[in-house]
Each structure stands twice: as structure tokens, then as C-alpha cells.
Design a protein. Structure first.
Length: 551
């Protein structure tokens, strides 16, 4: 035995045997410990535990439940494809770009002012992301885009209003789509099947409403339309749609405001929304907003968001507006025809403007379409429209609603003030689409360095002004160019900005620097001052009025 051990020690494998022996002992100890734990678990006696039982269903439905059952079958999913287009490149003009005055035109508003339009406040920002496509919108292939080489896919909602397959949705849901598919609530959940093809019957971008149609073998389920005028703030409502591709989603909330305008200027003049806190998200767009009677009182259109998601405020186009637009779109011309007299105006004027121009209610004309109905009737910039056919006009919304409801070719008697004197004119209503172009102006702005004359420093308004360059005066523009506005000055406070043209102060025409200097010199502290300005890049867009009390 001693000789055997001696041989092991001398052998080179001795350390290996020692390690293997140690591991074996560890494994045996671990197995015993685990077995002991399992043994303890098996020793628990659960014979006194009572098995769980599933009770019989209890019908605890609410009014919301019934609405979802009644309206849900008529709510549809809308899937669109925008096929890739040939990539286009545009060449930008080189050189310094002129500064834009602080005016109510949206930077992305390529059409400029519109007929009988209201022009909104300054410094607005588009916080209202659309539900479908574009920034903050929903699209499974949002990165491709029509010019990026891939098919752009997007989702939205809609609801059936006629059993023969007529569906109401938003214009931005189907806008620019090459293919439109509709999936009914009864269709199987198949991600590769987008539903049945649909065709556009008509669209109205002004209200963001569209009508599409699918072929129906039988009568399809429909919604019941309600009267949105009877809707009250605080009333419960339900939204149904397809947010984030989650079909048949139902949310509830209340009406938090009425007659809400969310986009300034021409874009918002026909959009006066119901505001709700019912959760609506990307993909809900075009779906119905329903009252507790199970009636559709609105079409979910936009959300207020800074994160592209729900933040407690949504907007729905009222059903009364939807019904009027729908009836026009299913007509022979498949379009909405609105009347116009060919003017634009500024909404939400400063109080000083009313005091200087001598009116408490009415509409101050900012621009007149060249050759349009108003110009032919003798109406001019600066006139104050006070009535239509003897009916008093309170504000711009009142004027828009009154005129756009008239048929082209009909006449209206317009009452207005000019220099404090009441006058009237008979105007022939024209199709609004025919007067749009006459109210736009795309002329180039003057050189931002001005005509080269020596600056005289800021005046009592806080403005450094110079004569207009010849390139503007040759086009009939008159006034002075604002080269600089002193920070914190009166001009700064009322919204004057570098690059704008001042053409009038307190109803006194400004033709040149001499006129301007004389008008400013006559102003006194405590006096109401109203300054009329124009955008030199769009002189045809009309006057914008800024005003306040001079310190």
C-alpha cells in the first residue's frame, strides 16, 4: 500500500485526481441540500385550500356599453397607400433672403389670404398635429414617403352614413392617396387583408371632410346623425376609432368647449370645433364623436399635443357642418360651393383700432380682390362692413357665415362705414374659388438693406424707417420700410417688425418718409395709435393693423 501511494505522488497526474475528488464532494453536498429543500416543500399540507370557481356572467353594462354595441358596427378602418413618385429637386434662389414682417400669414401658407377670410394673431405655432401621416401622424412606413422610394402606408377611421356604402372621414385621411381600402368591423382580423377598395366621392379641404364609397352587396350598418347645436359643455361623449392600429377602440370623456378655432387665418375660418377630453390619438382621425343618445355629433379631426400623442384635448368637426358638406359632396358637382365678395379682413383687432376708426362691431376691410365683386361695387381697403341685407355684422365670423352661405350670382346689399359716414353698395356674390388668386401677392421683397439712405435712428414709436426702394414703388406700393424696431419700444409691443411697410398711421396715408415723419411728430402721449402695415413680399395680401395707446 505504501508503495502504491508513493507511486501516485511521484506520478504527474496526482494534482488532477485531487481536483476531481474535491469537485465530486461539492456536487454530492449540493444535491443533498437541494433534496432537503424539495423535501420540505412536499411536506406542506394544502388539503384545506378551496379551489377557485368562475362565477356566472353578470350583465353590468352601462350606457357606454350600449353605445359601443349600437355604433361600433358602423365604424370602419381606412387604410391608404401613397405610391412613390419620381424624386424632384428644386433649386433655391441664392443670395440673402428678405426678412418677413411680424404678420399673421403662416410661413407654410402658399396661397396667402383667402376670400372673405379672417387673418389670425401673430406668432402662432402649429401645435395641432394631424392624426394621419405627416409630422406626428401615423403610418407603418412613415420613413419611406412618396419621394423616398417606398410606399407610404397610413391608417385612419371613418363611419358609414348610408347603407349603400357612403362613408364620412377626414380629408387628410385620404388626401394624396393612390389606393384606399376600407375594413368593416365584421371583417376578419387579418393584417395582410386591408379590406375592400374605396373611391373618393368628394373632399372639402376647408372643413377637412371627405366622403368615400365602397361597393356593398347588402345594406351596411349606419350611424345616427345628431344635431351638434344642442351639445352642451360638460356633456358626456364617446369616441370610437382605430388608434395606433388598435381596432374598435372606445374612449369616453366630456365636451370641454364649443366653437373652438385652432388654426388662425384662412385655414381656420370654416373650422369651429367641439373640444373634448375623450382620449383620441393618431388613427382616430375621421372617427365619430357620439353623444349619450347614440348620435354622431362630430368627426374627430385634430389633437392638441406637444408629443404627437393624447394630452387631454381633442377636436371634432360638428355634425351640423359635416351634414351640410356631405350633402354638397354627394351632389352632381361633388364639391362645396361657397359665396364670396372678394375681400379679406383681420380678426381679433386691437381695441385701439376700433376707437381710431370709430366702430364697435363690424369688419375692417384689409384687402380687396382686383376685379372682384367688392371692388366693382366700390368697396375699398379701410371700409368697415357693418351689415348685409340689413342684418348687422358683429365680426368676421358673422360675415363669413353670412356671405359663404349665398349662392354665386345672387346679390347682397352691403352696409359699410367710410370716414365715419354710413354708405351701402349692392354686391354680386361670386364663387369663392374664383376670387382666391386675386387676393394673393407673391412679389419679391425689397433689399433688406433698404434704398441706401442714411438712417436717422428710432423715433418716438421706436421705429427706424426709410423710403421704399424703386422696385416696390414701381409696383404701386406706398409707405416707408421699417429697417429697425427698438426692443421694448411701443412699436415692439404692438407687433411691428423689421421688413414691414407702414402705409398708414391713424387713417393718414403714408407715401414717403416725409409723410411718416409728419404723422409721427403729431402723435402725443396717451393717444391711441393704429399703424397699418403690409408684407412687401405679398403686397396683395392686404393691410394688417397694429395698435395701442402711446406711452
Amino acid at each position: 500500500m505504501n508503495s502504491f501511494l508513493r507511486r501516485i505522488k511521484l506520478n504527474r497526474l496526482a494534482p488532477t485526481f485531487v481536483i476531481l475528488a474535491t469537485l465530486s464532494v461539492g456536487i454530492i453536498i449540493g444535491s443533498v441540500a437541494v433534496h432537503g429543500v424539495r423535501g420540505n416543500e412536499n411536506q406542506v399540507n394544502s388539503s384545506d385550500a378551496t379551489p377557485l370557481k368562475i362565477p356566472n356572467p353578470v350583465q353590468s353594462g352601462t350606457q357606454f356599453t350600449q353605445i359601443a354595441k349600437d355604433v361600433g358596427p358602423a365604424v370602419v378602418n381606412i387604410y391608404t397607400e401613397q405610391l412613390p413618385k419620381e424624386r424632384r429637386t428644386t433649386r433655391r434662389r441664392s443670395g440673402p433672403q428678405p426678412l418677413q414682417p411680424n404678420n399673421p400669414q403662416s410661413p407654410d401658407d402658399q396661397q396667402g389670404p383667402d376670400d372673405d377670410q379672417q387673418q389670425g394673431p401673430d406668432n402662432f405655432q402649429d401645435f395641432f398635429n394631424r392624426f394621419f401621416g405627416g409630422p406626428g401622424g401615423q403610418g407603418p412606413d412613415d420613413g419611406g414617403g412618396p419621394d423616398g422610394g417606398g410606399v407610404r402606408e397610413s391608417l385612419g377611421s371613418g363611419f358609414i352614413v348610408d347603407g349603400r356604402g357612403y362613408i364620412v372621414t377626414n380629408n387628410h385621411v385620404v388626401d394624396k392617396a393612390d389606393k384606399i381600402f376600407v375594413k368593416l368591423s365584421t371583417d376578419p382580423e387579418n393584417p395582410t387583408d386591408h379590406g375592400r377598395p374605396a373611391k373618393v366621392v368628394g373632399v372639402d379641404p376647408d372643413t377637412d371632410i371627405a366622403v368615400i364609397k365602397i361597393d356593398a352587396s347588402g345594406s351596411l350598418p349606419t350611424v345616427k346623425m345628431g344635431n351638434s347645436d344642442g351639445t352642451e359643455v360638460g356633456e358626456w361623449v364617446v369616441a370610437i376609432g382605430e388608434p395606433f392600429e388598435l381596432s374598435k377602440t372606445v374612449t369616453a370623456g366630456i365636451i370641454s368647449a364649443k366653437n373652438r378655432t385652432i388654426e388662425p387665418g384662412a385655414k381656420g375660418q370654416f373650422q369651429h370645433f367641439l373640444q373634448t377630453d375623450a382620449a383620441i390619438n393618431p388613427g382616430n382621425s375621421g372617427g365619430p364623436l357620439i353623444n349619450m343618445a347614440g348620435q354622431v355629433i362630430g368627426v374627430n379631426t385634430a389633437i392638441y399635443t406637444q408629443s404627437a400623442g393624447y394630452q387631454g384635448i381633442g377636436f371634432a368637426m360638428p355634425s351640423n357642418t359635416v351634414a351640410e358638406v356631405y350633402n354638397d359632396l354627394i351632389g352632381p358637382e361633388h364639391k362645396v360651393v361657397r359665396g364670396s365678395i372678394g375681400i379679406s379682413f383681420q380678426q381679433d383687432l386691437p381695441a385701439a383700432v376700433g376707437r381710431v376708426y370709430g366702430f364697435k362691431s363690424g369688419v375692417l376691410v384689409s384687402s380687396v380682390a382686383k376685379g372682384g365683386p367688392a371692388e366693382q361695387a366700390g368697396i375699398k381697403v379701410g371700409d368697415i362692413i357693418t351689415s348685409v341685407d340689413g342684418k348687422p355684422i358683429k365680426d368676421g365670423d358673422d360675415l363669413v357665415n353670412t356671405i359663404t352661405a349665398r349662392h354665386p350670382g345672387s346679390t347682397a346689399k352691403i352696409g359699410y362705414l367710410r370716414n365715419g359716414q354710413q354708405q351701402s353698395a349692392t354686391v354680386t356674390i361670386q364663387d369663392r374659388t374664383k376670387t382666391v388668386g386675386s387676393l394673393t401677392g407673391q412679389n419679391n421683397a425689397p433689399n433688406e438693406n433698404g434704398p441706401g439712405e442714411e438712417e436717422s435712428g428710432p423715433d418716438k414709436l421706436g421705429v427706424t424707417a426709410v423710403n421704399l426702394p424703386q422696385q416696390l414703388t414701381s409696383k404701386g406700393v406706398h409707405g416707408v420700410l421699417i429697417q429697425q424696431v427698438k426692443p421694448g419700444s411701443f412699436a415692439d409691443e404692438i407687433g411691428l417688425a423689421q421688413g414691414a411697410v407702414i402705409n398708414e398711421i391713424n387713417k393718414t396715408a403714408i407715401n414717403n418718409k416725409s409723410d411718416y415723419t409728419a404723422a409721427v411728430s403729431a402723435l402725443k402721449s396717451g393717444q391711441d395709435v393704429v399703424v397699418s402695415i403690409i408684407d412687401p413680399r405679398r403686397p396683395g395680401s392686404g393691410n394688417f393693423y397694429r395698435g395701442g395707446t402711446l406711452p
